[in-house]
Each structure stands twice: as structure tokens, then as C-alpha cells.
Design a protein around this ligand. Structure first.
Ligand code: GDP
Ligand code: ZN
Length: 292
């Protein structure tokens, strides 16, 4: 049988097999043949050891489409990053860090601003203007009025999506809304490994419906962009691409160079000032990292 590792705890892997349920598995022997460690999100072959107890043994890891390092999860199609439109006010520096980290790992991100119910149309337009301009898919949701939640479900369909965001933005509320009420098939073990509310400490995959999974990740309060050269950073600000060919110097990093078309685009309002400022902050950080 083949299934997907949805959670790993203390040497056990919980493998979900659609239509069958959840199997508590060990990964005996596969380390010797395949020098890779199983990751949450891996599609695996399992031998069922005892049907009643739903125990099994992972015999092989199927080829991965990708494997993210942060969060450590395999076969990710996209990320959904959730911030609150207000309460707490969105930390756009943190958001831009997340976007950079995902782009570096070649994962597309959908930006979801939750708590739509407590902001005005003008607030929305402001946020939309910043991120739509650089090519991101932006949606607004409210778990109170349920606005946008159907749209979100549509975007998740038939994909495995990493769902991430800082604490307090309503991520658990959203996850509770989009996951099925009760999964009869997985009852017993599900209960055993069920997380209480607010306690996502490790990344874990939640089955939504056939072919659709989300990977719920722990809330974060800071993110470090440090595993790249400072000159590489500009590649992850997609909106710079339309302008940088016109920079006077080849290899312009858009910081202090004269004749910089990116800086001119910021001045004329074509590139968001906030985005550019976040770029500069991250660039400075990368510049100051000690190289050993
Ligand atoms: P998490 O920490 O991101 O998982 O956030 P929670 O789901 O625990 O929600 C944090 C707080 O925000 C709770 O008090 C929720 O009731 C509230 N909340 C969640 N969604 C919404 C929303 O759409 N609108 C408003 N106004 N509050 C929300
Ligand atoms: Zn430039």
C-alpha cells in the first residue's frame, strides 16, 4: 500500500492511506537502502503488519517532487501564509521574509489576510496594492463572517499546501474551518495523536479531502534569512525584474549604485516603498553575517 506520512513522533511515522486510514509505522531497514530520512509529506510504501492495530513498516520512500528545509516537509505544491489584516497589524517585514524563504525554495505563496471583518475596504486596497503589484495571489478571509473561506478551499484543492503564519492571526480558526468535521476512518489513532487547539509544535499534515492536504506549521514570531549571498536576495523580490535591466551597472544590487532603475521605480511609486525598505533591511542583515 502507499500512503503519505502526516506526522512523525519519536521514531514513529503516521502514514495516512486514503480510503484505509492511518497506520503507525516504523521505518526499519530503509535507511540502509535509501540514505534519506523519511519526511512529513513523503509518499511511502508500507507493509501492514497487523491489520487490526493499524501498524505497519515503511518499506520505501517514493520519489519526491521537492523537500523543504524550513519547514521540513516533502512534496509541497504551494504555501499559504496567513497574517491578520489587523489585530495584530500585519508585520510586512516578517511577511517579506517568509516570501523570500519560499521563493528560494521555489515554492509559490498565496497571501491570506485574515480578520477581514475588522478592517475597511481602504485597508484592504492598501495591502492588495502592495502584494498584487509584485505578482502574489492575495486573498482576504474572515472566520467570523466566513468570507473568503470557500475561495481558500478552492485554492487548496488537489494540492499539498504549507500553511504558516505568526500566532494570533487566526490560523487555527482557519484550519478548523477547512478540515473535515470528523474522519471516521482514522478515529482511534487520530484521537491518540490529535493536537489540542493552539498546540501545533511540529509540522503536521492534515488530510482535507482526496488529494488535498495541508501542512500546518507552528506559529512563528521571527524568521532569519541567512542562507544566501546578499547578491542573491534581489532575485526573490519579483517586482524588481521588470526594472533591473535598465540599471546603469550590470549586477546592480539596487542599494547605493547611481542610475539604479529599481530605486527610480520606488521613487515614482511603481515599486512599493515598504517592499524596497524590507529588501534593504534584509540586504544589510546578509551583509553583516559573519562568514566562517
Ligand atoms: P492562531 O494563533 O493564528 O492559531 O489564531 P487563533 O485561531 O487562535 O485566533 C486568534 C484570535 O483571533 C482568537 O481570539 C480568534 O477568535 C480571533 N480570530 C480568528 N479569526 C478571526 C477573524 O476572522 N476575525 C476576527 N475579528 N478575529 C478572529
Ligand atoms: Zn539597480
Amino acid at each position: 500500500m502507499t500512503g503519505k506520512i502526516i506526522k512523525g513522533i519519536a521514531g514513529f511515522y503516521y502514514v495516512y492511506v486514503e480510503q484505509h486510514g492511518l497506520y503507525e509505522c516504523k521505518a526499519k531497514g530503509i535507511f540502509r537502502n535509501q540514505k534519506v530520512k523519511p519526511l512529513v509529506g513523503d509518499n511511502v510504501s508500507i507493509d501492514v503488519l497487523d491489520e487490526e492495530g493499524n501498524k505497519g513498516n515503511i518499506t520505501a520512500i517514493l520519489p519526491r517532487n521537492n523537500a523543504l528545509i524550513r519547514p521540513a516537509v516533502a512534496n509541497v505544491d504551494q504555501a499559504v501564509v496567513i497574517f491578520a489584516a489587523a489585530d495584530p497589524a500585519p508585520n510586512l517585514n516578517l511577511l517579506d521574509r517568509f516570501l523570500v524563504l519560499m521563493l528560494k525554495q521555489r515554492v509559490e505563496t498565496i497571501i491570506c489576510f485574515n480578520k477581514r471583518d475588522i478592517v475597511t475596504e481602504d485597508d484592504i486596497l492598501l495591502l492588495e496594492a502592495i502584494y498584487k503589484k509584485c505578482g502574489y495571489h492575495v486573498i482576504f478571509t474572515s472566520t467570523y463572517t466566513e468570507e473568503g473561506l470557500l475561495k481558500l478551499k478552492e485554492l487548496l484543492k488537489d494540492k499539498t499546501s504549507v500553511v504558516a503564519g505568526p500566532s494570533g492571526v487566526g490560523k487555527s480558526s482557519i484550519v478548523n474551518h477547512i478540515q473535515p468535521e470528523a474522519d471516521m476512518e482514522t478515529g482511534e489513532i487520530s484521537d491518540k495523536i490529535k493536537r489540542g487547539k493552539h498546540t501545533t509544535r511540529h509540522s503536521e499534515i492534515i488530510y482535507i479531502q482526496k488529494g488535498t492536504y495541508i501542512c500546518d506549521t507552528p506559529g512563528f514570531s521571527s524568521l532569519y534569512v541567512n542562507d544566501m549571498e546578499k547578491e542573491e536576495l534581489k532575485n526573490y523580490f519579483m517586482e524588481f525584474r521588470d526594472y533591473e535591466d535598465a540599471c546603469r551597472f550590470q549586477g546592480c544590487v539596487h542599494i547605493n549604485e547611481p542610475g539604479c532603475a529599481v530605486k527610480n521605480a520606488v521613487k515614482s511609486g511603481k515599486i512599493s516603498e515598504i517592499r524596497y525598505e524590507n529588501y534593504s533591511v534584509l540586504y544589510e542583515e546578509l551583509k553583516n553575517i559573519k562568514k566562517y
